[in-house]
Design a protein around this ligand. Structure first.
Ligand SMILES: Cc1cc2nc3c(=O)[nH]c(=O)nc-3n(C[C@H](O)[C@H](O)[C@H](O)COP(=O)(O)OP(=O)(O)OC[C@H]3O[C@@H](n4cnc5c(N)ncnc54)[C@H](O)[C@@H]3O)c2cc1C
Length: 469
């Protein structure tokens, strides 16, 4: 546990406190949550109960129906699981900008200390850099996002091949079940006054009355929440793990896990997914290595990158060779050249690219293989690299359920050479890897994908949506 913890301030524990506060920012789950376990550990030492606080504000960048719905779909099950464990729960949706915005501080006023999630991007990164100084009590951030704690890798890694052996060397130690949550003192008090008890059938109404962007509708393909995450994992293991290595780059095969949004909001942990995949593979004599490579090595390389730099979306973080080669080609003619609006509305000349963008608009994700193509073409058809990155970040932050993640910024910059190597020189890209429409047609079933996306667009329904309940 110790290597997962980062002290965020030097404040003391409060004497006479009523509870230990866990502030769930990114790991919105009860199971296999090392930050919650740490809060329980401290509370047990102090013979105090634990209070789990989860907020949802209306004013984070691009707050919209899609992101709100996915998060809210997790709330009722979180409440049920916490009640069973004897942990207090406070869920506070800040509906309007005029609503109170200091709930964390009010709750912290009764706490011995605050434990939260260590997370290197978006709001949590900002909060963890600013909030602890304003608290009167100790604040710790705990990494429960990665299998191998981020703190173990102090330096920025150059590429997958540099972090892979380091991860493999220690993963046996960390690929073990998180211990069960056992509280010494159960939460006995009523819920805090600003707590909102939410039922599944009230989510639509709550979203409607929030002061957020209602033009981005919920995903037509994915339901949020712990139960949906567990269903998606079970489906992946039974139907897809055996064909993952062979078919993961064929979008119309639907052979990947579809877990990235659940991982992003922490509704399931990569540790749970990795252990389940390994166990299933052992029982069924399958090989899970390719999947674990993506889930652990690639994903944790992204966390390593994001926490090592000041601004994860800045092209100044690209390796020297990539910056030089892109600068050399900065004045190369872009033909065609599209604006953000063209991209956002899927109005390019390229049917495959438009289909990828429509997948993002409708499903809230793009298949991993075509996502690379999507990114490469934005570079090719934007005025310059800076605006290409701005476009990709904006489209992800606004529409992608798994956006705003270390994976988001790392992979956007991967399209410009991060964690990659030089290739043959060509216009615009210089020595940065290029991807062509012909290559996509040769290697993948583009026509099947185009038909699938046309069906989504026409019907507004996704035949690949997992059944609920
Ligand atoms: C331009 C671009 C933008 C991307 N933006 C995001 C993003 O916003 N959020 C996001 O989670 N991923 C992003 N990716 C990486 C990858 O496309 C997705 O993780 C993957 O498609 C998610 O689908 P899945 O859960 O079915 O993946 P699976 O193939 O089932 O993989 C399981 C998990 O491994 C991790 N993973 C898979 N591929 C990668 C990768 N290349 N790098 C790091 N981790 C990986 C993810 O957590 C994923 O959920 C992006 C890739 C590109 C090229």
């Amino acid at each position: 546990m110790q290597e997962r913890i980062r002290r965020l301030n030097d404040k003391p524990l409060r004497d006479g406190a009523r509870y230990v506060l866990y502030w769930a920012q990114m790991n919105r789950r009860v199971d296999a949550n090392h930050a919650l376990l740490r809060a329980v550990e401290i509370a047990n030492e102090l013979a105090l109960p634990v209070l789990y606080y989860e907020g949802l504000t209306c004013d984070y960048p691009y707050a919209n129906d899609r992101l709100h719905t996915f998060i809210l779909e997790g709330v009722p099950e979180t409440a049920r699981r916490l009640a069973r464990l004897g942990i207090g729960y406070c869920f506070y949706p800040r509906r309007r900008r005029s609503d109170a915005n200091d709930i964390l501080y009010r709750l912290a006023a009764g706490a011995a200390c605050v434990v939260t999630d260590d997370y290197p991007t978006f709001l949590a990164r900002r909060h963890n850099a600013t909030v602890p100084a304003r608290l009167a009590v100790r604040c710790e951030a705990v990494d429960s996002s990665c299998v191998v704690p981020m703190n173990l890798f102090e330096k920025r890694e150059y590429a997958a091949y540099t972090i892979r052996p380091k991860i493999h060397r220690v993963w046996a130690k960390y690929l073990v079940d998180a211990p069960p949550v056992k509280v010494r003192r159960r939460w006995q008090d009523p819920a805090p006054e600003f707590h909102v008890a939410l039922r599944e059938d009230e989510i639509g109404e709550l979203v409607e009355c929030c002061e957020i962007d209602h033009s981005v509708k919920p995903s037509i393909s994915q339901t949020g929440g712990r139960l949906a995450a567990e269903r998606a994992l079970a489906h992946f293991l039974e139907k897809n793990l055996r064909r993952y290595a062979r078919e993961r780059n064929e979008p119309s095969a639907h052979a990947t896990s579809g877990l990235s949004a659940y991982l992003h909001f922490g509704q399931i942990s990569s540790l749970e997914v990795a252990l389940a995949a390994r166990r299933y593979a052992e029982e069924h004599k399958l090989i899970a290595e390719e999947f674990l490579e993506e889930l652990i090595v690639r994903r944790e390389l992204a966390f390593n990158y994001a926490r090592s730099v000041e601004d994860p979306a800045s092209i100044r973080n690209l390796p020297e060779w990539a910056q030089q080669t892109l600068a050399k080609h900065a004045r190369d003619r872009r033909e065609p050249e599209y604006s953000l609006e063209h991209f956002e509305r899927a109005k390019t000349h390229d049917a495959l690219w438009n289909a990828c963008q429509k997948e993002l608009l409708l499903r809230g994700t793009i298949h991993g293989y075509y996502r690379m193509y999507w990114g490469k073409k934005i570079i090719e058809w934007s005025a310059d690299c800076e605006s290409a990155v701005r476009t990709m970040v904006y489209l992800h932050d606004r529409y992608a359920l798994d956006g705003r993640d270390p994976n988001t910024y790392t992979n956007i910059l991967w399209c410009l050479g991060l964690h990659d190597r030089p290739w043959q020189e060509r216009p615009i890209f210089g020595m940065v890897r290029y991807m062509s429409s012909d290559g996509m047609k040769r290697k993948t079933g583009v026509d099947a994908y185009l038909r699938e996306i046309a069906h989504l667009e026409l019907t507004g329904k996704d035949p690949f949506r997992l059944a609920e309940g």
